[in-house]
Structures are given as structure tokens and as C-alpha cells.
Ligand binder design. Structure first.
Ligand code: PLP
Length: 443
């Protein structure tokens, strides 16, 4: 069957049988449409972790059989991730806690005097970690070409003798739009800069090839890649990582520690990935990420991308037929995007709208500014204020985001589109009030 007509999700996830109560009575299967925040665990990941759990042991330093087995699996997970990202032979894969952690790690490894270039459209995880570096924020571009031109101009203006790093997202966590990563990488390299790809929203939806995109590093999170066990990844060039102080000081990162006669301490740090993985690593988290990488690879990104495009088309076509709904976009309505869309609804505060989708339709979306305040502010054309009282239209202050992926059945996005249409046409059927700044149904 062509993937565009698949009604069920290509990859089974946990929670697909969970039902939730509606304020209007009865229960419905929960429609998890907040994948951009955290995707449900793949059934395959859960099964793999459960099968491995009895064999779990401490890695690297244990002499026992299970420690050796776990060490093998942990190192194999590294190789699986390297394969998933199509890394170069000498790239390093460091297991971290998340994308935020990965980018903070890289921020701590910047060479002296490094200048960092970021678009204001980035997630805060990519905007904020560069403490101590000279950071240039670039205005939100209105097309992929403008993005490349703006970066070229900014890099050309910099002092060419200093190291530079560009940090860019692969797919926006607000609009879902794809960024011209290959072209930005070419621009960065042409000006002697390096580039790190924030693939938090790209990797779950698209193949990411370090070689093909020619990026220097990639960061992503397990919990957005159907592997919610507390792990993330930073993969890429070894030189800056090797030259940097360990991200955390402690066991695992240190090869030898010697007390000197003068009372001081000499530490010889590891040079490989272990240098930045001090403490007992999250073996299950790394194993879960590798399992998700294998599952996505086996399902085939051609199938997954085509099927997700179909879901995006259903949502876009549905929302386009509702004049009160404005979908947010930086690069234009037809820009290619992953299964992430944000919108505002005339006459509704975003908090009220999201609360009604949950309480009356069993649909879980997100409302707010999505940790990308400058971008949402630019897209909404104003300063965000409060989330808006229930029932008091303040839609322009925040947005609602719907997001989905390989575990989403057609029914979830169809229910979502119908719910938006009904809410706009008939209004909420329930009463809501504001508690701690959030809209909640009256009990
Ligand atoms: N980058 C992007 C584009 C994101 O969407 C997110 C999370 O939403 C992050 C980075 C941060 O990811 P994490 O919270 O897993 O560190």
C-alpha cells in the first residue's frame, strides 16, 4: 500500500491504547500531538530496553560478565548512532543528557576568542549556552536564501583571524520549517567557521547525514526520538572536544589522578568521548537511543517522510479552510516542513484553545512560546504578554502548536482538524478558568 494512504502509524508507540476522560462525559483514546516536546516511546525501544534490563551492569570498569556485556552494548550504541548520523570515521559520539546538554558541552569547548553566530529564530537551547563567547544574533530571515545571505554577510564582517561557530536548527520547533543546513554549512566553511546542527526536531523526522550536510557537529535528544530514557547526543569533530577541559570533572573522564608532594593534584584526562562523560553514564539511555536509531533506519526514512508529509497536508488543508486560524510561517506557506505547526485562533487565547482541545476532545497539544521567544515574538508581530484569560481573546500573544510523527495514526490528526473546526464554529462547550496563568476546565 502506498505510504500516503496508510491509516495507521508506521511505527507502534506506547500509549496508543490509553484513554482519557472528557469533561463532557465519556472517554476517548488519547491523541498525543505534542511530539515536538517529547515523542512517545517506540514499542520497539521499550521492548529492547526491557530485554536488556536484566543484563544491565556498570560500564567500563567492572570485571564481571554483565559489566563487560553492558560495556559492549554501550560502545555498540555509540557506533549505531554514528551510523545513523552518517558520521565521518574520526568523529566522536558523546552521550549527553539532551540537546541542551550537548550544546552546553560544545559551548564549553569553544576555542579562545571564538565568535558564535545564531539566528534569533533558534530554540533557547541554541541561543543561550554561549556564555563567554562573542555572540552575534542574526535577524529572522524570511526565506532560506535570505538566511544564507545574512550568514555570509555576518561572517564576512568578522575578524577572519578568530575561530567562529555557527549554530543552526535543522527544523524549527515552532514552524516545523526545514532550514537550508547544507548551504549554511557551505557558507560557514567558506568563511573559515564551523557549524553545529541542532537536530532536535530534524532527526526524528528526516535522515541526518553529517557527511552530506557537511556539518561539524550534530546534537539531538533521545526523548524527541522515541527514546525517553534521559540521554542525548553530541557527535562530530574530535579536535575541539579533545582540546577542551572535561565538561564535568570526575571519574570516567580521568585516566590517572596523582597527588603531588606540594599538595596539588595532577590529572590526566581521557581524550576520547569519555573525556566529556564523567560519572557513571546512562547506559540504558544510550541503548534506547541506539534502538530508536535502528528502528527508524529499518522503517526507512523514505516511507516515514512521505507518510508524515501526508499528515502535514491533512492538517494544513484542514486549517487553511478555517479563516479564523493563522498558521505561523517564516519561509511561506509552502515551505517544506516536518510534522510541527503552530497557529493562532482569532477570538481564542492559545491557552484556552489548547485546554479545550484536551478537555473536550482528548487531544494533547502545547501552547505558549515554545522556548523560542524571539521567534514567536517576530512571527506574531508583537511583544508577548500574559497567556490570556480564559475566554478573553488574546490569541496574538501566544500560539498553539500541534506536532506528530511516526507513531501518529491518521485518526489523531483528523480528530484535531475537526476539533479546531468545531471549536471555532461553535465555541468551547465547557467553562474554563485561569489557575496559575493556565487555563483549566471548571471541575
Ligand atoms: N532545540 C530544539 C529545536 C528543540 O525543539 C528543543 C526542545 O524542544 C531543544 C533544542 C532542547 O531539547 P532538550 O529539551 O531535549 O534539551
Amino acid at each position: 500500500m502506498p505510504c500516503s494512504t496508510l491509516a495507521t502509524a508506521p511505527l507502534p508507540v506506547l500509549g496508543r491504547d490509553v484513554t482519557v476522560p472528557l469533561v463532557t462525559g465519556g472517554e476517548v483514546p488519547y491523541a498525543a500531538l505534542d511530539y515536538a516536546a517529547s515523542a512517545p516511546a517506540l514499542q520497539r525501544v521499550w521492548d529492547d530496553v526491557a530485554a536488556y534490563a536484566p543484563y544491565y551492569g556498570s560500564v567500563h570498569r567492572g570485571a564481571g560478565h554483565l559489566s563487560q556485556l553492558s560495556t559492549d552494548l554501550f560502545e555498540k550504541a555509540r557506533r549505531t548512532v554514528a551510523g545513523f548520523l552518517d558520521c565521518r570515521a574520526d568523529d566522536q559520539v558523546v552521550f549527553t543528557r539532551s540537546t541542551t546538554d550537548s550544546l552546553n558541552l560544545l559551548a564549553g569547548a569553544l576555542p579562545e576568542g571564538c565568535q558564535v553566530f545564531v539566528f534569533e529564530t533558534e530554540h533557547h537551547a541554541a541561543l543561550l549556552p554561549w556564555k563567554g563567547a562573542r555572540v552575534t544574533w542574526l535577524d529572522a530571515p524570511r526565506s532560506p536564501l535570505q538566511a544564507v545571505r545574512a550568514l555570509e554577510r555576518a561572517l564576512a564582517d568578522r575578524d577572519p583571524g578568530t575561530p567562529a561557530l555557527v549554530c543552526v536548527t535543522g527544523a524549527s520547533n515552532v514552524t516545523g520549517e526545514l532550514w537550508p543546513v547544507r548551504e549554511l554549512a557551505a557558507a560557514a566553511h567558506a568563511h573559515g567557521a564551523r557549524i553545529v546542527l541542532d537536530a532536535a526536531q530534524l532527526a526524528p523526522h528526516h535522515p541526518v547525514s553529517v557527511r552530506d550536510l557537511d556539518v561539524d557537529w550534530v546534537a539531538f535528544s533521545g526523548h524527541k526520538l522515541y527514546a525517553p530514557f534521559g540521554s542525548g547526543v553530541l557527535a562530530g569533530r574530535a579536535d575541539w572536544l579533545r582540546a577542551a577541559e572535561p565538561y564535568l570533572a570526575g571519574g570516567g573522564a580521568s585516566r590517572t589522578v596523582t597527588r603531588r608532594r606540594d599538595g596539588g593534584v595532577d590529572v590526566e584526562w581521557h581524550e576520547g568521548a569519555a573525556r566529556h562523560e564523567a560519572g557513571s553514564p546512562n547506559v540504558i539511555g544510550a541503548y534506547a537511543i541506539a534502538s530508536a536509531c535502528a528502528a527508524l533506519t529499518e522503517a526507512g526514512f523514505d516511507t516515514l517522510v512521505a507518510r508524515e508529509r501526508h499528515l502535514v497536508d491533512v492538517v494544513r488543508a484542514g486549517l487553511a479552510g478555517i479563516p479564523e486560524v493563522r498558521v505561523l510561517s517564516l519561509f511561506g506557506d509552502d515551505a517544506p516542513r516536518v510534522g510541527v505547526l503552530s497557529f493562532v485562533v482569532e477570538g481564542f487565547s492559545s491557552s484556552h484553545f489548547a485546554a479545550a482541545l484536551s478537555a473536550e476532545y482528548g487531544i494533547g497539544v502545547r501552547d505558549g512560546l515554545f522556548c523560542a521567544h524571539p521567534l514567536v515574538r517576530t512571527l506574531l508581530g508583537g511583544e508577548p504578554g500574559t497567556r490570556g484569560e480564559c475566554g478573553a481573546p488574546a490569541g496574538a500573544l501566544h500560539a498553539v502548536r500541534v506536532s506528530f510523527g511516526a507513531g501518529t495514526p491518521d485518526e489523531h490528526v483528523e480528530r484535531f482538524v475537526n476539533a479546531v473546526r468545531e471549536l471555532v464554529r461553535d465555541g468551547a462547550r465547557w467553562r474554563y478558568r485561569t489557575v496559575d496563568g493556565r487555563c483549566v476546565p471548571e471541575v
